[in-house]
Design a binder for this molecule. Structure first.
Ligand code: CP
Length: 305
């Protein structure tokens, strides 16, 4: 593949190969000599139209660890503010001959359109209502490191499914590797698309979390909701926030996951987020390893310099 726009289109063996490559990167990451040269002489541009802490910084670190020149394009100070379109911006950057573009954009389809207009590799870092492929890969890597498998695990993805690209990518990946995926959300935040994704649907946390091996919480994406439909934080936490009472329904050794950014006290109790079963910080650590692996895999398809 020349681009990575989603989990959709990847076979289970391609996903497993990326996870194996990520595992190697995770192990190397603990060694002192961690600089490689897979991307020496290559240029990677981070192009982010939406806020990011984890994805942007881990792609920057991953690119630098592989020897690439990494440029972070700041949209708030770019000519987008003067009315230049997404495509003209991308074509302009493409004229500077980057080898890889890493893009996050709010509009569904924007990154796919962009990938057709440039002649470098494009990786989506998440676009609204579509996918966040590297997040699903890092979540699967984290799960595999603790449970030694994905197949047969019961994974409950809970919260704002409707607005979540993380949920969509995770459902596709976990289904491809044979997990039993449940989504748990109020009916207003499920979205019609889940019916077609092969998941078990619950509107009750007590039912949806029963015997779960993995409890994956999602942020309530208030910025994407019509203000009159935003649930009250207190009420939302009461019914859908992960607290110890609801967590007790899951298996005793269930992993607590959250892609971040977290809103403590809204979708997750603060103590639960810091519980010994929480792997939230390890997810961030695996994020660097997965992005190194994705860049290494794409580097093999870059034209010779
Ligand atoms: N999980 C995730 O994508 O985090 P950021 O929005 O901080 O990149």
């Amino acid at each position: 593949h020349r681009h990575l726009l989603g989990i959709e289109g990847l076979s289970s063996s391609e996903i497993t190969a990326l996870l194996d490559l990520s595992e190697e990167a995770a192990k190397r990451g603990r060694q002192v000599d961690k600089k490689r040269d897979d991307l020496r002489g290559r240029t990677l541009i981070n192009l982010f139209f939406e806020a990011s802490t984890r994805t942007q910084s881990s792609f920057e670190l991953a690119g630098k660890r592989l020897g690439a020149d990494v440029m972070n394009m700041s949209i708030p100070t770019s000519s987008i503010k003067k009315g230049e379109t997404l495509i003209d911006t991308a074509v302009t950057l493409n004229a500077m001959r980057p080898d890889l573009l890493v893009v996050r954009h709010h509009a569904a389809g924007a990154v796919e359109l962009l990938s057709q207009k440039v002649d470098c590799s494009v990786i989506t870092r998440a676009t609204a209502a579509t996918e966040h492929p590297t997040q699903a890969l890092l979540d699967a890597l984290t799960i595999r490191r603790h449970k030694n498998r994905i197949e047969g695990l019961i994974v409950a993805i809970c919260g704002d499914i409707l607005h979540s690209r993380v949920a969509r990518s995770n459902i596709l990946l976990l289904n491809a590797l044979g997990a039993r995926v449940r989504v748990v959300a109020p009916s207003t935040l499920l979205g019609a698309a889940v019916d077609r994704l092969g998941v078990e649907v619950y509107t009750s946390m007590h039912e949806g979390l029963k015997d779960a091996d993995i409890v994956m919480m999602l942020r309530l994406q208030r910025e994407r909701m019509v203000s009159s439909l935003i649930p009250s934080q207190r009420e939302y936490f009461h019914f859908y926030g992960l607290d110890y009472d609801k967590l007790a329904r899951a298996k005793p050794d269930a992993l607590i996951m959250h892609p971040g950014p977290m809103n403590r006290g809204v979708e997750i109790d603060s103590n639960v987020a810091d519980d010994a079963r929480s792997v939230i910080r390890e997810q961030v650590e695996m994020g660097v390893a997965v992005r190194i692996a994705v860049l290494q895999a794409l580097a093999r398809h870059l034209p010779n310099q």
